[in-house]
Design a protein around this ligand. Structure first.
Ligand SMILES: [Zn+2]
Length: 445
């Protein structure tokens, strides 16, 4: 296929550029005319072709809860979501939500998502049907040591199902002990052990909100009060959230651990995360919308960190577009740091592709347009008057008017979305079903 611009990410832009795909992998990339095109009919025209965007953190099971807590702080928001998920939603709702999320990702040019959901099997089925690449981290909860045996038994049964049903080679399985206020120290340790035994990666929400910092450091604040009201045991740890996990031995999991959010971190935390080589999911719009804070600019620019961009859920962010996360990050960081040098479009596009792949330990397979890698590609049209002139395609994607739905989303050489139309399943039927289910949830809201 060919396009006016090809951004390999691992090499300078090529214009006009072409990519040769064979057997689901990238066979060659270079200037038009220098290489053959395996898809002579696929001329993307005035478009930017780049590696598929990697979303390092989603909760597809929450896609029917978009807009259900727009003005809540994190902890009340978690409680509202929990109430809806466990008392109102039905099993089929989570399957529809997962497909809805998958469709949204495909239209946004996302080819790989790392998802944390309690209904992991629903998400895995959504990934299987849609053709997306991804990782399903099965969530587990247990705030008291007494919960650990039951939590582990439930987790093991869910992991067995996920392993059996996963489309091997495209979707892998991990474990997500949710967060320090929903998972006790004993359960964190048991999950780390289980991850090692099963060869599965882990993901943990950490250092997300000021309330979480107060809980861990001082044993005080709104989360501590809520835990005390439920008679859940907790004592102040006198340290930061990241160092709390380090003290529990979690950072020893190294590349197989992903830390989600990390908004409230200091220099010692950054050094600890860099030394451990853990992945970090930066979710800028979720952090802003919930009023949790801004990811430190110094950490964003720290080349030692294995950093990727995540959207978080539709319930905390309201959209699953990684490109929109980049635009928001660039503008927010420049405003906060009072310099236009705080984050460049090219550096952000790398975070959303190769950076995300590194964060998930998948950089040898995806994240750049290099021969031998999977043919996971995305293209966005810059054909409208709002994109004239266009001296820099990376700048156009990050700073220009939001491009419409992806002109192309391809995973493993398979076209899953073309000009915004999802090819792998019936979108009109899905939307009818999703709207009917959402109406029932809104009535109970
Ligand atoms: Zn999350």
């Amino acid at each position: 296929m060919k396009a006016r611009w090809v951004l390999p990410i691992s090499a300078p832009p090529i214009s006009p550029g072409a990519v040769l795909v064979a057997d689901g992998r990238i066979a060659a990339v270079g200037p038009v005319g220098a290489i053959e095109s395996s898809h002579p009919s696929l001329d993307l025209g005035n478009a930017v072709l780049l590696p598929g965007l990697v979303n390092v953190h989603s909760h597809l099971e929450c896609s029917l809860l978009r807009g259900f807590g727009d003005d809540l702080e994190l902890f009340p928001w978690v409680r509202r979501l929990t109430a809806l998920k466990y008392t109102v939603m039905e099993p089929a709702d989570f399957e529809v939500a997962s497909l809805l999320g998958a469709a949204e990702l495909l239209r946004a040019g996302v080819t790989c998502t790392a998802d944390c959901s309690d209904n992991g099997l629903a998400v895995l089925r959504g990934l299987a049907v849609s053709g997306l690449r991804g990782r399903v981290y099965q969530e587990v909860f247990g705030p008291s040591a007494a919960d650990v045996p039951a939590s582990l038994a439930g987790l093991a049964a869910k992991l067995d199902l996920l392993q059996t049903e996963r489309p091997a080679g495209r979707v892998d399985v991990g474990i997500s002990p949710h967060a320090p206020y929903t998972v006790c120290a004993e359960l964190f340790g048991a999950c780390a052990e289980l991850g090692r035994a099963r060869g599965m990666p882990l993901a943990v929400h950490i250092a997300e909100s000021p309330a979480e910092v107060s809980l861990i450091r001082d044993g005080a604040g709104p989360i501590a009060e809520a835990m005390a009201a439920r008679e859940l045991p907790w004592s102040a740890r006198g340290t930061s959230p990241v160092r709390y996990l380090r003290d529990l031995g979690l950072l020893d999991l190294a590349e197989t651990l992903q830390l989600i959010h990390c908004v409230h971190i200091d220099d010692d935390d950054v050094d600890a995360m860099a030394a451990a080589r853990v992945g970090i999911a930066h979710c800028p719009r979720s952090n802003a919308k919930l009023g949790n804070g801004v990811f430190p600019a110094a950490a964003l620019a720290d080349a030692r960190l294995r950093l990727g961009i995540g959207t978080d859920s539709s319930a905390s962010n309201n959209a699953l577009s990684v490109l929109e996360e980049l635009r928001f990050t660039a503008l927010l960081q420049r405003a906060v740091e009072r310099t236009p040098h705080a984050s460049s479009a090219a550096a952000l596009l790398e975070l959303a592709t190769l950076g995300g792949a590194r964060c998930l330990g998948l950089e040898s397979a995806i994240g750049s347009i290099d021969p031998g890698k999977q043919a996971d590609l995305a293209a966005f049209s810059l054909d409208g008057p709002e994109h004239v002139p266009c001296p820099d395609p990376a700048g156009a994607l990050v700073f220009g008017p939001a491009p419409g739905p992806a002109a192309l989303t391809m995973v493993g050489g398979r076209v899953l979305c073309r000009d915004g139309r999802v090819a792998s399943f019936d979108i009109p039927a899905l939307l009818d079903d999703a709207r009917a289910r959402a109406a029932r949830l809104i009535a109970r809201f």
